[in-house]
Design a protein around this ligand. Sequence first.
Ligand code: GLU
Length: 448
Amino acid sequence: MSIQNEYLNGLMERVVKRDPAEPEFHQAVREVLTSLAPVANARPELIREGVMDCLVEPERTIKFRVPWEDDKGNIHVNRGFRVQFNSAIGPYKGGLRFHPSVNESIIKFLGFEQTFKNSLTGLPIGGGKGGSDFDPKGKSDAEVMRFCQSFMNELFKYIGPDTDVPAGDIGVGAREIGYLFGQYKRLSNEFTGVLTGKGLTYGGSLARKEATGYGLCYLADCLLKDGGKGFEGSTVVISGSGNVAIYACEKATQLGGKVVAMSDSNGYVYDKDGIDLPLIQQIKEIERGRIKEYAQRKAGAEYHEGCVNIWNVPCDIALPCATQNELPLEGAKALIQNGCFAVVEGANMPSTPDAMDALQEAGVLFAPSKAANAGGVAVSALEMSQNSMRFSWTFQEVDDRLKTIMTDLYHNAAQAAERFGMAGNLVAGANIAGFLKVADSMLAYGLV
Ligand code: GLU
């Protein structure tokens, strides 16, 4: 679909021309500008006052060298990033990703998406993202610790509890956050809520670990109910087996669904009896192993090479929870053919644009990541609140708040789509609702 506003079309061209080697960033911007065309048509001052131009340019990009020593004494040099995208409604907030695929385009697309997602939560958090092309896979704890300390030696200059609050993402979990927080604390001589996703003994929030996966299912539940469906009695396929996928599996099962497949970057497992989640957790969270071990240990389960083939597994509900562009057009076609009635995105931007179009055209209930996976960052914001108060809420209190946030978020996005003549289009609704709060704040500040 083209962008139905001449100015935004030109802006898109300028974005591509300015940074031609950033396809993921272009993809994220194109989707948002397409949704925003009716808003820009109705409110020309957004263009006149420079809001649209500022929106697609990060406030600041920090790029740095991260040298570290492995266990054999060899020196490695990785690249670190922090893109502070937009602080109109609060301190920059967003995860750190450690994965060999990380580059400026990936971090920019994630930071851009985060701006809208964070706004959608209704909480006062701006958008940012960071990470490194460091691969934690196969590294010892000591190597990961030395890397994290070196990464923080540089990053600490740019972050702070009221400036920029990083968290986890792919490759950054409780272990990494612990090393990063410890180093920040040492360098700054301050104990503050500068990172979220912390351990429970040093300022972490109950339910933060579960939040993205649980929130995903709470939002899916709203979407399914509106479509006359539900998790009860449905077959669910979840790609990925990291933090998002694991807790999506737990909640989808609690809500009455049967999860029959999960994956990692090498392949997927199919278990017709329903995934044994404690076994997945043992393999992935404790042993840091590969998913194929599940089939070796669980009678009746099958392992298939090639993660993208997971979409050929017949299901009612698909929850892509692995990574960007993991659900291509062929996958979407297979889901549609097999009667899948809902796709709810747990990873960031997991569907390619043509897959997203095909699913929506076929009438599949569809919730985009910036709405559906906002539960993680929402509970991160609740962790910040608890840290500021030097107080902590119970699991139940945080979980209740999360449920309310996801329900409100769903209705706000659905209403925004309706208001701009795109009823039922949650992609447009999420982009518009997330945008308006940020844009009105930017307008209030004038050109800064
Ligand atoms: N990385 C997560 C996301 O994509 C969480 C960010 C956070 O908690 O700050 O939203």
